[in-house]
Design a protein around this ligand. Structure first.
Ligand code: FEO
Length: 394
């Protein structure tokens, strides 16, 4: 099914209500959309494809409006296969279409698909006339890969922003911000940003600045996932700005694993001591809170505390995985507290401490390390750690 954005510009994307894990990693209880747009002018252009298994539905959406074999340009803002998996299908139908993308995207296309189509390398700010409408390409590297660009229709003032300003959540026939429950969108957009784009926050900031500095009018933002913003396009820009900005929240988020409750008791002890000092605390059991939520709740936390039992002389596997995400997603610098328990020899706290210290995170003292059940001594350590955290969050 297609939707009109404005005269000659149409949504022809698809919903994915089948995939449980985006990138086979991140839970998407509301699904996800792969947005594609068709511009019908003297020339016909399609912006973005969709994930491979949805190619037929996508082509059917295009067929509602034009014969796909008449497409002149396939504009690829980004080469990740959630947007390009359908390229081989359209390449068979539209052999005269030209691929329009950045130089880096061209190299990726040859590596991923090696399609037998002509191409146009879009330089930064280069324009392409479709007749009455003019496209302008705005390079936006690392939003979310190095080859990424955005596409702008000058006359209609619509910015096709690719992954930037996207959100999880299938659209289910409600394509615009004035049609959708924005509370769900806000959480799903934030969860999308934190899980997919945290490592590239500085490029989000650079991309927002670049678009603002261009001084272009923006009547609509049409990303490649989630709703199209026509009622208030700057809402999502401002949210992305806030979520990717350098300011951390004055909150301590404790994320712990616990097999039999000892580490939980230490974490609870710390939580109570922090609350006595009026520190806002969030606490999550890693075994029962999806990693996407844990990441979303910690990316901007002023202090993170990790709690781990020792498991086979290593950190509790799910906590270790989270520590890897802190490192891999290049969480902005902030102090990290560590607590943990062990039965006879230890290893979990030591290894996670070393890993995060080697990744140049400041590890707060004291580290609360408990053999067996928590004792008075460890309660005193929790009190000391709470004081240090409260001081750092002032
Ligand atoms: Fe939606 Fe980075 O692909």
């Amino acid at each position: 099914m297609h939707r009109e954005l404005t005269k000659g510009v149409y949504f022809v994307g698809v919903d994915d209500n089948h995939t449980e894990l985006f990138e086979n990693l991140w839970d998407i209880p509301f699904g996800v959309s792969y947005n594609s747009y068709l511009i019908v002018d003297e020339k016909i252009a399609v912006i973005e494809g969709v994930k491979g298994p949805w190619a037929d539905e996508w082509l059917d959406n295009i067929r509602e409006l034009v014969d796909p074999s008449k497409i002149d340009y396939i504009i690829l803002n980004h080469m990740e296969p959630d947007h390009t998996g359908s390229l081989p299908d359209i390449a068979k139908i539209a052999p005269n279409a030209k691929l329009v993308y950045t130089q880096k995207a061209s190299a990726m296309q040859k590596s991923f698909f090696d399609l037998d189509l002509d191409e146009i390398i879009a330089e930064d700010l280069q324009e392409l006339s479709l007749g009455s409408k003019t496209l302008q390409f705005v390079h936006a590297k690392f939003l979310h890969w190095p080859e990424t660009m955005m596409t702008y229709i000058k006359e209609d003032e619509i910015l096709f922003s690719c992954d930037a300003f996207g959100a999880f959540g299938a659209l289910n026939g409600l394509h615009f911000d004035d049609e959708i429950n924005m509370e769900i969108i806000e959480w799903e957009a934030k969860r999308y940003v934190c899980t997919i784009i945290t490592a590239y926050f500085k490029f989000v900031q650079a991309g927002i600045k670049k678009v603002k500095d261009l001084g272009i009018g923006i009547k609509m933002i049409a990303p490649s996932h989630g709703p199209i913003y026509r009622k208030d396009p700057m809402w999502i820009v401002n949210k992305y700005d806030e979520w990717s900005g350098p300011e951390l929240e004055k909150v301590c988020t404790i994320v712990y694993g616990s097999m039999y409750g000892f580490t939980f008791r230490v974490a609870m002890n710390l939580k109570k001591e922090l609350e006595k000092l009026d520190v806002t605390v969030k606490m999550f059991n890693i075994s029962y809170t999806g990693l996407s939520r844990v990441i979303t709740e910690t990316v901007r936390a002023g202090v993170i505390v990790l709690g781990t039992p020792t498991y086979d002389a290593f950190p509790f596997p799910k906590i270790w995985n989270f520590a890897n995400e802190i490192q891999g997603k290049r969480y902005p610098p902030r102090p990290i507290g560590i607590l943990g328990t062990y039965g006879w020899q230890g290893g979990g706290v030591e290894k996670i401490t070393k890993q995060l210290a080697d990744a140049r995170y400041e590890i707060l003292e004291p580290i609360v390390h408990v053999k067996g059940r928590p004792t008075e001594e460890q309660s005193a350590q929790c009190k000391s750690l709470a004081k240090v955290i409260a001081e750092r969050l002032k």
